[in-house]
Design a protein around this ligand. Structure first.
Ligand code: SF4
Length: 357
């Protein structure tokens, strides 16, 4: 390793930070004093800090996690998850489908952590409050892992005590911070002990990275944030579509190498009067047909400065039924933590104010 230390020091550091989850390097007693103070001086190793905590009536907790340079992101703890994994072919999906009691197999409870990969985001999806921040910076692999460890510590749980699912759907576009994101995944699998089959990454459609991702040995499940059924609407709702349009995106999806039993997920945020008609449902069917995929519907989570509204519940169910009747497994994601701005598309370091919906 660097810093003139023998290679096993790296292993000791890794063990302490990721398995034992020590707070700061000066607490790693297996390292010599001189090396500890050198690390503290030169590197911001250790866990990031919880700056704020917002607790929802539904048990969801939104954490504002701060890093050494003053930058911060949000990480969301969702006891029992949000139904997002249902029908994706994984064990986590089966647990969600079983629903009911909170206890998962083996007597361990299950929970989902929604993880940020960047501070802010450059992708500019029009329904998303994070987009209003712009891109502030990429997170390092250590920071991506650190926010998860901090939340596990706050909740007093570990991957051994609880079935932890991770969704990389917080602030940022993971595929625009690809190297650090993948490094974080490998650290989480090898160091923290969370299997990649319990992780899902969502992309707005960064097509070249979807191809790279398909070639990874160790990778989470893939979700594609679709949100429109034709290019005209998607250009408007997700400007990234002007770079990689639906035909290009769906080609990448069709070529994506799935593992046995694995299904792709398409996320679809329903916006009242914009993408939620019967015609839109038929177009989604045409796009997704033939793919080994399922669709997650999410009624828009409202927020200030967002120029859309959520459809009525009945509309969401009608849309779901249209897809199901066409043979496409379709689920409705439970909104979690809306009252504290912790739900999808609401992560913008907002203080809690009264929501109208
Ligand atoms: S939805 Fe995701 S990719 Fe789009 S602006 Fe928000 S954080 Fe970025």
């Amino acid at each position: 390793m660097e810093a003139g230390q023998p290679a096993y020091r790296g292993q000791q550091l890794f063990e302490a930070l990721y398995r034992q989850r020590v707070e700061a390097v000066d607490q790693i007693t297996t390292l010599p004093n001189s090396f500890r103070s050198e690390l503290t001086k030169n590197y911001a190793a250790g866990l990031p800090q919880t700056q704020k905590r917002f607790v929802s009536v539904d048990g969801t907790v939104r954490y504002l996690i701060g890093f050494a340079d003053g930058q911060s992101v949000e990480t969301v703890w969702m006891p029992e998850g949000d139904n997002g994994e249902q029908g994706d072919g994984s064990e986590a999906g089966e647990e969600e489908a079983a629903g009911g009691p909170r206890e998962a197999k083996g007597g361990r409870r299950r929970a989902t952590v929604c993880v940020s990969s960047q501070a802010g985001c450059a992708v500019n999806c029009q329904f998303c409050m994070t987009a209003l921040l712009g891109l502030l910076r990429n997170l390092s692999a250590g920071e991506i892992v650190g926010q998860i460890l901090r939340v596990l510590q706050e909740q007093k749980v570990s991957p051994e005590s609880e079935r932890i699912n991770l969704v990389f759907m917080g602030q940022g576009e993971p595929f625009l911070n690809y190297e650090n994101f993948m490094k974080a995944v490998r650290l989480l699998v090898a160091g923290v002990g969370i299997p990649e089959s319990r992780m899902t990454v969502s992309t707005a459609g960064i097509v070249p990275r979807i191809r790279d991702f398909g070639g990874e040995q160790v990778r989470p499940k893939l979700a594609i944030s679709l949100n429109a059924s034709n290019d005209a609407t998607r250009d408007q709702v997700m400007p990234i579509n002007r770079k990689w349009n639906l035909a290009t995106l769906l080609t990448a999806a069709r070529q994506f190498p799935l593992r046995p039993r694995e299904r792709l997920t398409f996320e679809y945020v329903l916006l009242n009067g914009v993408n939620d008609s019967e015609q839109n449902a038929r177009e989604v069917v045409a796009l997704v047909r033939g793919l080994n995929a399922k669709v997650n519907l999410i009624a828009l989570n409202p927020g200030p400065e967002i120029p859309f509204s959520a459809p009525e519940e009945e509309r969401v169910h009608t849309f779901q039924q249209s897809l199901i009747q066409a043979g496409i497994p379709t689920f409705i994601r439970r909104p979690r933590g809306r009252d504290i701005y912790a739900a999808c598309g609401q992560l913008k370091r907002a203080e809690v104010v009264q929501l109208s919906a």
